[in-house]
Design a protein around this ligand. Structure first.
Ligand code: GDP
Ligand code: MG
Length: 448
């Protein structure tokens, strides 16, 4: 998307005169790029109109500055589209009962997000509790129980009661009595938008009288986002949106649509399956990524600069492009990262990655950690480094050998292996989604 927008803007500077027609052509191209990033058709149309209104063609200068003016107008318009609902955001009050209800389709990430949300507010000093009002999905209560136990959050649910509204009401009652101040009600979903689901949501909402309804949306659903969000909003008055799975290759343009359909702010984003992979939503950062400023594209550029133009690197790129991520590749990535200098800068460009490697604000510690991990990998055999099977990770004798060989503890080895598993996931999805290797190859090897 970024590239397409940049190209469209660049075409402006090529034109001898900037008139309506030239600006139109440019906006048309930007609109096409946004549509491709799953931004809703209606939103794109209004964005085009707004930019046209804002940019006065006759006052545009020449060269770069006019590009900047238009680019900034597009950026600002996208930000204000997202920020439109942001003002309404309310904070919870301590010392009273706040009830929030999570809604969304099956698999959107509700149950996972409930736990992240509870964990987040627990750390802020709240006393959260979770209620499982999902009687639709088999094992729903067990899943919530497991999550809640891990996060040490009190929970409520039932294996026998089949009416979600009844369970929800019982759970909320129980936790009100226990003076919990943030009661989170997890609900069931369906694979599709079905009337039965919305009827169920209305009943649960009537039973628990939530202060906030939070719509959870899978960041990769794309054009369907508008209708989906609107359907939930129409039945239970959504007041907040959380976008999940932004750690994958999702472009996330659907987020704009969810905001428009619900007139509600996006409060958080999910960037992984784990409890701590949860970030505050920041409109500017999000739009920046959407437009390709400080996004994967930027990251790839940096990597490209850091990787020496050697033939062996070619192999690495090819492997990554196939989605293979071995320990050796991780090793080489760490090396590149060390070369690239300010690591936080690079890492912050990748959704979910900062959490994977970095503790915020501790550049030195992260560097030290990478070094420690690289030392451990130095004690591995070539075969181990090139293996993409994780079976070898469960062999105690190997782990012991790596620990001894590198003068590290077994725990450090295990931490390194965990990191590998996590990065393998982040990298393979993202790299596959990017389809970057071809360009990279061409750019990196001028002989081709
Ligand atoms: P629900 O049906 O809406 O309750 O969805 P779940 O919470 O059960 O999540 C469905 C799947 O998505 C699970 O495998 C989760 O681990 C996964 N998931 C949820 N949020 C995220 C996220 O932010 N990133 C990634 N990668 N996976 C997520
Ligand atoms: Mg669930």
């Amino acid at each position: 998307l970024g590239q397409r927008v940049t190209q469209a803007l660049a075409s402006l500077s090529a034109a001898p005169v900037i008139d309506e027609a030239v600006l139109d052509a440019c906006l048309k191209e930007i609109a096409a790029a946004l549509l491709q990033a799953d931004v809703n058709v209606r939103l794109v149309a209004s964005l085009r109109n707004n930019v046209k209104k804002r940019v006065n063609v006759s006052e545009l200068g020449r060269g770069l500055s006019k590009q900047r003016i238009i680019e900034k107008a597009v950026f600002d318009e996208l930000c204000s589209m997202i920020e439109g609902g942001q003002a309404a955001q309310q904070e919870f009050k301590k010392g009273r009962t706040n009830i929030v209800m999570f809604v969304g389709l099956q698999g959107a990430g509700k149950t996972t997000t409930c736990t992240k949300y509870a964990h987040y507010y627990k750390r802020k000093g709240f006393k959260p509790a979770m209620v499982c009002a999902d009687t639709f999905r088999a094992g729903a209560f067990d899943q919530l129980k497991q999550n809640a136990t891990k996060a040490q959050i009190p929970f409520y649910g039932s294996y026998t009661e089949t009416d979600p509204a009844v369970i929800a009401q019982q759970g909320v009652e129980r936790f009100k009595q226990e003076k919990r101040d943030l009661i989170i009600v997890d609900t069931s979903g369906r694979h599709k938008q079905e009337e039965s689901l919305f009827e169920e949501m209305r009943q649960v909402a009537a039973a628990v009288q939530p202060d906030h309804v939070i719509f959870v949306m899978d960041g990769s659903i794309g054009q369907a986002a508008f209708d989906q969000a609107k359907a939930f909003h129409d039945s239970v008055d959504v007041g907040q949106v959380i976008i999940t799975k932004l750690d994958g290759h999702a472009k996330g343009g659907g987020a704009l649509s969810a905001v428009a359909a619900t007139q509600s702010p996006i409060t958080f984003i999910g960037t992984g399956e784990h409890m701590h992979e949860f970030e505050h939503f920041e409109a500017k950062k999000f739009v920046g990524r959407l437009l390709g400023k400080g996004d994967w594209g930027g990251f790839i550029d940096k990597v490209k600069d850091a990787i020496p133009e050697e033939d062996q690197q070619q192999e690495l790129i090819e492997k990554i492009s196939k989605g293979e991520f071995t320990l050796r590749i991780m090793y080489e990535q760490f090396q590149n990262i060390m070369k690239m200098g300010p690591m936080s800068q690079v890492m912050s460009m990748i959704p979910g990655f900062s959490n994977a490697i970095m503790q915020p604000g501790s550049e030195k510690e992260s560097q030290a950690k990478l070094k420690r991990f690289m030392t451990i990998m130095d004690s591995m055999t070539a075969k181990e480094l090139d293996s993409s099977s994780t079976k070898i990770f469960s062999e105690p004798s190997r782990i012991l050998r790596w620990a001894r060989g590198s003068g590290s503890s077994v725990i450090d080895v295990q931490l390194m292996l965990e990191e590998y598993k996590r990065l393998a996931k982040v990298f393979s999805t993202a790299m596959k989604g990017m389809k970057i290797p071809k360009n990279l190859k061409g750019d990196m090897n001028p002989r081709n």
